[in-house]
Ligand binder design. Structure first.
Ligand SMILES: Nc1ncnc2c1ncn2[C@@H]1O[C@H](COP(=O)(O)OP(=O)(O)O)[C@@H](O)[C@H]1O
Ligand SMILES: [Mg+2]
Length: 321
């Protein structure tokens, strides 16, 4: 059975200007112990997907439709109280984009972690202390960080604290939203190694969100590429990065725009234009205004996400035809 199965999930933002379709009907699954990478340019709905899985839309967002099954059980119809008690942080947790910069400046790391832990799961102080120490060690920090304040920590250390706090209720699915974006390259590599270790040690299922395909290739078993609130391609690492290359023109262009060690920077392509405004997404395939292969059909009819080979799906008329 899949750890997580997501069917036609939609989250819309009801703004004064109209309805922004941040997440517009996404379906995928996540296996136990697997890391699914979610990639796409900024504004494609990656963070919105994370908040939808936690049933925690950012105002004025609302989940409009769809199902999320955790170990085969549908969870979105639970009341807010039940969801908070048995699912959020307990079973599914999230390292929010930029969370490391939101640690309370006047609290020591110990107090910060203690309050968060006790809020979610009241327990004896000694037990809580022990659990905090365990997770601080697990993320590769020494216990003396517990006495420090956030401003006394490096970015990498703060990110490790935030990861420890996403783990210490022992969830089985952890969503990491751009966990390395604000860090320098060396620290990025360290955090990626940490996440790989944690996945092995704790048998976690990860959803790893990033706008960077190169980072994704390092950590993920499978990749879901998002564009304009939709999944446009899903495949294994091999199917996306292998010699055959990805199927969807958007993924191909993203990959061509990704710096890699063996490629000269002056050969880097970039994708002209920007992702569409999700107040009024383009008709047909949402990528068609930027797609070099777009035909008349692409401008009118939306391509479904279909299986093109086992384990590999794409939503593109050029690929399907
Ligand atoms: N709180 C919000 N209110 C209105 N629109 C939002 C809000 N959050 C995100 N959006 C819109 O939803 C779309 C997806 O955003 P987001 O999920 O943050 O993308 P990503 O994480 O891929 O950069 C964007 O068009 C963004 O402008
Ligand atoms: Mg985001």
């Amino acid at each position: 059975m899949n750890k997580l199965e997501v069917r036609n999930l939609k989250l819309y933002y009801h703004t004064s200007k109209g309805v922004v379709r941040g997440l517009d009907g996404v379906s995928f699954h996540l296996d136990s112990g697997e890391t699914l990478g979610v990639v796409g340019e900024s504004g494609c709905g990656k963070t919105t997907l994370g908040t939808a899985l936690l049933n925690m839309p950012t105002p004025p967002g609302r989940i409009e439709d769809g199902q999320v099954l955790l170990d085969g059980k549908s969870i979105l119809q639970l009341s807010e109280g039940e969801f908070r008690r048995i699912i959020r942080w307990e079973r599914i947790s999230m390292v929010f984009q930029g969370a490391m910069n939101c640690l309370t400046p006047v609290y020591t790391v110990r107090k910060q972690m203690m309050e968060t832990l006790q809020y979610h799961r009241p327990m004896e102080i000694a037990e809580a202390e022990e659990r905090i120490r365990k997770y601080v060690n697990l993320v590769g920090l020494s216990e003396d960080v517990l006495r420090r304040y956030p401003h006394e920590l490096s970015g990498g250390m703060k990110q490790r604290i935030v990861i420890a706090m996403a783990l210490f209720l022992e969830p089985d699915v952890v969503i990491c939203d751009e966990p390395t974006t604000a860090l320098d390259v060396v620290v990025q590599a360290q955090i990626i190694n940490l996440l790989k270790d944690l996945k092995r040690q704790l048998h976690l299922s990860f959803i790893f969100i990033t706008h960077d395909l190169a980072t994704e290739a390092e950590v993920s078993d499978r990749i879901m590429v998002m564009y304009a609130g939709k999944a446009v391609e899903i495949g294994t690492n091999e199917q996306i990065y292998g010699t055959q290359g990805p199927a969807h023109p958007y993924t191909r262009m993203l990959l061509a725009a990704t710096p890699r060690l063996h490629r000269k920077v002056d050969q880097l392509a970039f994708i002209p234009g920007t992702p569409p405004d999700l107040l009024e997404p383009p008709a047909g395939c949402r990528f068609h205004p930027r797609c070099p292969l777009a035909s008349a059909r692409c401008r009118q009819e939306e391509p479904p996400l279909e299986t093109i080979e086992p384990g590999h799906q794409a939503a593109c008329w050029e690929v399907l035809s």
